[in-house]
Design a protein around this ligand. Structure first.
Ligand SMILES: [Ca+2]
Ligand SMILES: [Ca+2]
Length: 231
């Protein structure tokens, strides 16, 4: 299929990962770290409902941020609301590592990186608001004093159901859009390649999560991955 946006001068390759065979192969295209395990044909359990663990799932093929993409996954943030923690982070990073557990949500310590956090546990010393929230965080630093955007309040996410998340990137305008539960939650404009990755446009994408004293099972499920094709 050809994108309608002719200013891009190249075609987008639409890789539609449906619920059947394509999805089964897709979870096997991720490198799992820490507590992460394949859960089903299309889902990876980043953390079980176990204290003090962190996990990561990285798509094994790096992406080039010089080109647009649109990634859609489902996030499942567990069933414990009041007693739940800590959240999931959608991360871009040059390697496929797992960061710190607990409030680090499996991304703390990853440098350089860009993380879009879906934080379900209030850590007062990090400036977390009381409710579940998203924020865009640089370099594996969970403190909101350095947030690039947010925290943006969200409804309770720890309800056991899938929350569709779409992250799109348009390098022509350096704009990232983040849609959760079919609502646009954040529009972020930044020269990510220059400002975050020091000019390196080839990074991996993945999801990380962690638990602490409080726990949740936390899953990422693959829906639809759309990348630019260089053909
Ligand atoms: Ca937190
Ligand atoms: Ca919650």
């Amino acid at each position: 299929m050809i994108t309608a946006d002719r200013s891009l001068f190249f075609a987008l390759l639409f890789v539609c990962l449906g619920p059947a065979l394509a999805a089964q192969s897709s979870v096997r295209e991720f490198r799992l770290g820490g507590s992460a395990k394949i859960l089903s044909e299309d889902c990876i359990r980043l953390t079980p409902a176990t204290p003090y663990v962190s996990g990561s799932a990285w798509f094994q093929n790096p992406m080039d941020l010089s080109y647009p993409f649109e990634l859609t996954v489902d996030l499942v943030l567990g069933e414990n609301d009041e007693l739940g923690a800590d959240g999931i982070v959608f991360v871009f990073h040059p390697t496929m590592q797992t960061g710190y557990r607990g409030e680090g949500m499996g991304f703390a310590g990853l440098y350089p990186s860009l993380g879009i956090e879906f934080d379900t546990y209030q850590n007062f010393h990090l400036g977390d608001p009381a409710g579940d929230h998203l924020a865009i965080m640089p370099h594996g630093q969970p403190n909101h004093s350095v947030s690039l955007q947010g925290p943006v309040p969200l409804p309770n996410l720890e309800d056991g159901v899938r929350h569709p998340l779409t992250i799109s990137w348009h390098p022509g305008t350096n704009t990232m859009k983040i849609t959760l539960d079919n609502q646009l939650r954040a529009t972020f404009t930044r020269d990510i390649v220059a400002d975050i990755f020091g000019g390196n446009s080839k990074v991996y994408w993945g999801a990380t999560a962690a638990t602490g004293r409080k726990i949740n099972f936390q899953d990422v499920c693959i829906r639809k991955l759309v990348y630019a094709s260089l053909d």
